[in-house]
Write a protein that binds this ligand. Sequence first.
Ligand code: NDP
Length: 284
Amino acid sequence: MAKNYRAEITGVFGDPVDGNPTGVMEEAAYEACGLNYRYLTLKVTREDFDDAMKSIRALHMKGMNLTMPHKINVLPYLDELSQAAEIIGAVNTIVVRDGKLFGENTDGKGFVQALKNKNISLPGKKIVILGAGGAAKAIAVECALAGASFVTIINRTAKRAEELALVLKRNTKADSTAMTWEPKQKIPAGTDILINATSIGLMPDADAKPDIDYDTISDHMTVCDVVFNPAETLFLKEAANRHARTVNGLGMLACQGALNFTLWTGVEAPLELMEETLRKEFEE
Ligand code: NDP
């Protein structure tokens, strides 16, 4: 049989993108599975985005991740969207299928998968999300599609919280309400899952934590953070001190990477290796 020396190309378009750690886990996974795939971390400005999108077909790429500022601008270029990507109105993963570009959003799917891996179910659950940005929206939509019954959005900017609650009410079976973030914000009693979907606590501000009344966290809650570096944020430490179950952002990021890996290769992802690779990367 003739040898095939051609590498399959995947990667990420973004600006700024230098600090994006995804390539480390994807390349480790490709190598572990013996796949001749590459993950390229590529700086693409808004001005050059059109050329970059053309390169996907010209270079016969398998797919791409998108990060700031391209997650919304990409929509007109896509042939098909997943249900979640359509509701969220943003795409972080392109998959090339038979020359067509399929848009998916794995931010929220990675979160739901990270919960599943810890046997935490969503049907009928009451969710509280701190934040109403891109990550919050993706998580809120996926939780609602996975059967959460009530989603409360708490955000500093009230309008964004209201808009997201409306998106959930219009497009999913979940009920939703918006709250403006007050100082020492109390977490509503009866909350099953509390999620920090802001960037508060992210390196280099690891000594920061969301301004909530931590004594309103109870031991029957699951408390999750989207911040992945450090993996154990102050927010999660405070929750663990109240005997809540905790789920960190590192697991979510690894699950998201694993979903992308499978979408591009059709091969089951080595999730543990991917999570461990990220953990080591952040320890350095
Ligand atoms: P956005 O900029 O879209 O949204 C940020 C949100 O955080 C907004 O709701 C903003 O409120 C709120 N916020 C920021 N600072 C403060 C503050 N000091 N006090 C109160 N609220 C604040 O960012 P993203 O949603 O894209 O990303 C958020 C975080 O999620 C990042 O740290 C990112 O790295 C992480 N992330 C993690 C993933 C994972 O797999 N683990 C995947 C995707 C993202 P306002 O609307 O008032 O400005």
